[in-house]
Design a protein around this ligand. Structure first.
Ligand code: FFO
Ligand code: GTP
Ligand code: MG
Length: 461
């Protein structure tokens, strides 16, 4: 265990709430809080049952005044969140009470915790690995039920277990190769290199399998950028409002109403979407509208999903045909809008420009047909071979990059093995791959990386 400062912070969100929590962690947590606590019993907190709840008051020792009526949660290390002695002071949830209690704890010898420091201690004390610590941030920042599911899955250590197994297997192979360096008898080396090359194959397949989850993992974790495009007056802003169920964007019957892009978040099937309403695409002399049209095109090229809104009350215009042409190879949904008043365009008219993820007649005015979007989102995220919640999943770009690097190193090592290159080269690449995988879990500890990572946490976590 680390003999470090005792740290304290407010663990609950700022503002008014039912209960507020001040968390104290470190070797002095128990005596420090004891000096402020007054309950019925005179038994010191250290001698009371571990993991018990104690009722009493927090009293300012300088003035003798009661600050609040509280419950204390006693958790002795190593079985606590930080794996150190932890006391939580649960008080009434007002900003002033919470601040006063924190002030008292700090003036009694605790130091204000840095952002993420409680979780960092849990990591440094070996209770959790880096992927689990990152899962804690992801749980807090989850943008929808799906992202929460992925984060909770990572918190239980599934990903870490996978990676540790891969590392063990690599290390075994490295050891076998190193023997041939020490005893360079030709025949042993030949047999060993052939065997190692063969056993690299399933390891690399596992890594590829894990990387195959990355695309959907990332979309779930980060949300899906969805751009709404179409010609002026097609009903893009009306669609945006219908999806959000609020009058967010201005709607008029004047073509060219939306000039700048408008962004808003929503969840669909538990997955977070970043909806972007854009300026109707047309040739225009108006400088502001022209810039809006350029911006619309940029957003379309960067989007995960493009929703193309077509005005279904009149025949397909040349502008609309051009827009449809630009969607080749994209995940695109074509909504033939205004189905409540007319159906001058059918799905068959659109099909030749496809394939599209979906083509549907809708009405932004009455909401008809909009549920198609949910199916498209689900198919995009969970479709194909990768399922959402089975086994380990990669969703964090840091993990994805490291996994790709490790795989590239092993690919190199395998090629070199097969080409009969010196075993020293191969061992170097395999060791690098082993270290790189260790950066994912934090087993190959690099301090600057760890500091950077925990600084992204919020205070009190
Ligand atoms: N009041 C409160 N609620 C909270 C937390 C907290 O710290 N305090 N947590 C976080 O902020 C989360 C819970 N996470 C926790 C994780 C591990 C341990 C813990 O004591 N682990 C020990 C004992 C495990 C056991 O009893 O099986 C261990 O791992 O050894 C506690 C909380 C969510 N809710
Ligand atoms: N009947 C009917 N009218 C609609 C529907 N959707 C939009 N409209 C009308 O079409 C006109 C244009 O709607 P907007 O949502 O502003 O169109 P837009 O595509 O955002 O237009 P720009 O911002 O100019 O590019 C408005 O008068 C809307 O009331 C629909 O589903 N049915
Ligand atoms: Mg608009």
């Amino acid at each position: 265990m680390f003999t470090e400062d005792t740290i304290a912070a407010i663990a609950t969100a700022p503002g008014v709430g039912g209960v507020g929590i001040i968390r104290v962690s470190g070797a002095k947590a128990f005596p420090l809080v004891d000096a402020l606590f007054a309950g019925k019993s005179a038994v010191p907190l250290t001698e009371r049952p571990n993991r018990s709840i104690q009722y009493g008051r927090i009293v300012d020792p300088k003035t003798g005044r009661t600050v609040d009526e509280v419950l204390l949660l006693l958790m002795k290390g190593p079985h606590s969140y930080t794996a150190e002695d932890v006391i939580e002071i649960q008080c009434h949830g007002g900003p002033v009470v919470v601040r006063e209690l924190l002030r008292l704890v700090l003036s009694s010898g605790a130091r204000l915790a840095e952002p993420g420091e409680f979780t960092k201690r849990a990591f440094l004390n070996g209770r959790i690995d880096l992927t689990q610590a990152e899962a804690v941030i992801d749980i807090i920042e989850a943008n929808g039920e799906a992202a929460l599911g992925v984060a909770v899955g990572q918190l239980d250590g599934t990903l870490a277990t996978w990676i540790r197994r891969l590392r063990e297997e690599l290390l075994t192979m490295v050891a076998r190769l190193e023997v041939t360096i020490d005893y360079p008898e030709e025949d042993i080396e030949e047999v060993t290199t052939a065997e190692v090359a063969a056993s690299l194959t399933p390891i690399m397949a596992d890594m590829q399998h894990l990387l195959a989850t990355a695309k959907s993992g990332r979309m779930v974790r980060e949300g899906i950028t969805t751009a709404i495009v179409g010609r002026p007056n097609a009903g893009k802003s009306s669609l945006m409002n219908a999806l959000l169920r609020e009058n967010r964007a201005i709607v008029t019957d004047i073509p060219g109403t939306t000039r700048d892009t408008i962004e808003e978040g929503m969840t669909i099937e538990g997955i977070s979407l970043r909806l972007i309403d854009t300026a109707g695409i047309r040739d225009t002399e108006d400088i502001v509208e022209k810039l809006g049209v350029e911006r619309a095109k940029e957003y379309v090229s960067a989007a995960d999903i493009v929703i193309c809104v077509i005005d279904g009350s009149t025949a397909l215009s040349e502008e609309e045909k051009d827009i449809l042409e630009t969607l080749k190879g994209r995940t695109a949904v074509v909504f033939i809008n205004k189905a409540d008043i007319a159906t001058a365009i059918t799905a068959e008219d659109i099909a030749p420009y496809g394939p599209f993820a979906a083509v549907a007649a809708i009405s932004a005015a009455n909401g008809e047909g909009l549920d198609v979007l949910g199916h498209v989102v689900k198919e995009l995220v969970y479709g194909g071979e990768v399922q959402g919640d089975r086994g380990a999943m990669l969703s964090n770009i840091r993990h994805i990059n490291l996994m790709e690097t490790a795989l590239a190193l092993l690919t190199q090592a395998k090629e070199n093995l097969e080409a009969g290159l010196s075993v020293d080269f191969i061992v170097t690449d395999m060791r690098s791959a082993w270290e790189t995988l260790g950066d994912i879990t934090g087993d190959s500890l690099r301090e600057s990386m760890v500091d950077e990572l925990f600084s992204r946490f919020c205070l009190g976590k």
